[in-house]
Design a protein around this ligand. Sequence first.
Ligand code: SAM
Length: 341
Amino acid sequence: MTDEGTLADRLRAHFGHRDHLYGVLLAELADDWDAGGLARELFEGWEDAPARQFPQLRLLAGLFRIVLRGDAPHLEGYYPCLGGDLDAEDAWAAVRPVLAAHVVELHEALSEAPQTNEPARTAGLLVGLAEAVRSSGLRRVRLLEPGASAGLGLLVDGYRFVGDDWAAGPQDSPFVVEGCGLPGFRPERFEVVGRRGCDLAPVDATTAEGAAYLTSFVWPWHLDRHRRLAAALDVAGRLRPAVDAAGAASWVSEQLAAPTADDVLTVVWHSVTRLYWPAEETAATEAAIDAARSRMPLAHVAYEHPLPEGSGAPVGMPLVEVDGRVVAEGDHHGPPLRWPR
Ligand SMILES: C[S@@+](CC[C@H](N)C(=O)[O-])C[C@H]1O[C@@H](n2cnc3c(N)ncnc32)[C@H](O)[C@@H]1O
């Protein structure tokens, strides 16, 4: 029992309705847990886990992976992103035997923190990049991204963005983000001459396993996000982003140690990762960036939630910052972008 009640209370409260597959499954798992059923085994050891670890979402992602790899084809009909249109209210009877047949795997899935890589956030980074290109006058760009997840943000030059009165990126890209907003924004021409990222838990987007892993954390009825992720994975297969296993500060410092050509703008950018960094990681990353400014043309572009002084909790929506200056604001998953108020 935690301050938020029993595990069953938390499962029931998570969505608080049965309007979609996960709402139904969490309500059924809660009843099952109260009745001393299979849910007790599945969540063993996680009964009092802090609410923000969301073991229930980890379990549902584990189940989704079983479906994605084709081991429960009769469940596909309950997943709208797989073309399913069956009534979620009928899902529990079909899902329960699958849970029972994969208890060990699903229990292990509880140790996997949700790992998302939202490629539409690249719209915010694009706006920061345009500003950095304009003020440096350099169009050859080396991208370095700490907290990159699978590196889908590093594929900016393979994506198409459409705003209020502007568009950027290849017209034939399979990845198109509409509704980017920002009237009057002027995209800049640029060439990516290097791209590399790091993450504490990198995912290889170029393997079927990595692709399924990322897909499993996107809720099955979020069709636009699934479409975007699939298209970004397609681009990843061509541009093959490299993501090293490392923490932000040590990796940024190592990457910035080597000199670069004078006509290359190094852009250290990151999105929706800083809120997970300890304060020392943020300070050391910024120090490494600042120390490198005298050695190379460099810009620091961030698409991050503001972190108020003295508080660990992020507030509001992510802001696009270029070298600490706010140039636009956006939404958790990217567009629409707005000029700062
Ligand atoms: C919400 S995801 C965002 C991923 C990607 N930047 C995006 O916008 O889609 C946060 C990522 O930050 C990574 N992360 C958290 N702390 C980190 C650290 N100290 N150093 C490097 N990566 C970190 C996590 O592993 C996770 O992949």
